[in-house]
Design a protein. Structure first.
Length: 315
């Protein structure tokens, strides 16, 4: 491991996704015939690590993942897939007592999706995973967190990285059923909710730059040092204690939005690890998220740095 290269560490879920494409998503109690299906890497922790790994090499960075998989065929597949992206997997543990997580995803012809997740080994992650990967957590320039693992582990990871001077980026997904712990809010450098998560966390529906700004200010009042409100095709509002701004969505033809949020956060993390200012990092992140919607799948939708540069240069 080359200590001189800044590290982006993702700590979170690893799943295998079973994705079916169909004309429209089924209503409750309805069966809709799919056009086909695919099986591949997923989970927000795995997706963000893979997307960061795909970007990291070209930027002189490292990407790593800490989490758990089962001792099963899906776990072996997840490990193989992550290795393709150049991710350090020294902290990815095999759990003998639970299967690898699985996500069942439906995607319609407009790119909208509905997802059900069986967490498996992800739900057994605890502080021991942090202790076993102490060197990675202590070296992290940016820690990527999500909410598909137990909350106690999320808080413990944030505490560890903040003590050693790293930045903590929280993707509050899936939208929390209850309030986030007050302690966690004080540890967040950047929180990145989408429209649904913003409404759950703040009570504000961000359907314009003005309402997104209102929601972002509420998130800062909770304790986060910066907030990025993702509004899909409407664009992104970013806000910290000193400034804020709106970044329009990049013009692309979307076919699948499954990976957009994870690629956004990976782009944000690698940019912050480079030392970019928040406004610049958000623009890079928005380009990553936009490019991800132009492809099918989760991790495989992650763009390369060359593709991100090309899109930003044309917009």
């Amino acid at each position: 491991m080359t200590a001189t290269k800044p590290l982006v560490l993702s700590f979170g879920s690893v799943n295998i996704d079973v994705t079916a494409k169909m004309a429209r998503l089924p209503r409750p109690g309805e069966t809709v015939l799919a056009d086909g299906y695919a099986i591949g890497l997923g989970g927000k922790g795995g997706n963000q690590a893979a997307a960061a790994g795909r970007l990291a090499g070209a930027l002189g960075l490292r990407a790593a993942l800490a989490g758990r998989i089962g001792n099963d065929a899906f776990g072996q597949q997840a490990r193989r897939e992550l290795e393709r992206f150049g991710v350090d997997l020294s902290a990815l543990r095999e759990d003998e007592g639970a299967p690898t997580g699985v996500a069942l995803i439906g995607v319609d012809h407009n790119g909208e999706n509905a997802i059900s997740v069986a967490g498996g080994a992800n739900m057994r992650i605890d502080a021991s995973d942090i202790d076993l990967a102490a060197a990675l957590f202590d070296a992290a320039a940016v820690l990527l967190l999500q909410l598909e693992i137990p909350m106690d582990a999320v808080v413990a990871a944030a505490e560890r990285v903040r003590r050693t001077g790293g930045l903590v980026v929280l993707d509050p997904a899936p939208a929390p059923a209850h309030e986030l712990p007050e302690r966690l809010w004080t540890l967040i450098d950047v929180v990145t909710p989408n429209e649904t998560e913003t409404q759950v966390l703040t009570g504000v529906t961000p359907d314009s730059p003005e309402s997104a700004q209102q929601a972002a200010r509420t998130l800062l009042e909770r304790g986060a040092r910066a907030a990025i409100v993702k509004m899909g095709a409407r664009g992104v509002w970013w806000q910290d204690g000193n400034a804020g701004g709106f970044i329009p969505a990049f013009p692309v033809v979307a076919i699948d939005s499954v990976a957009a949020g994870d690629c956004f956060n990976a782009g944000l993390a690698v940019s912050l690890a480079q030392g970019r200012a928040l406004a610049d990092a958000v623009r890079v992140a928005a380009a990553c998220g936009a490019l991800a919607t132009t492809r099918s799948g989760a991790a495989d939708a992650a763009p390369t740095w060359g593709e991100v540069e090309d899109l930003m240069s044309r917009s």
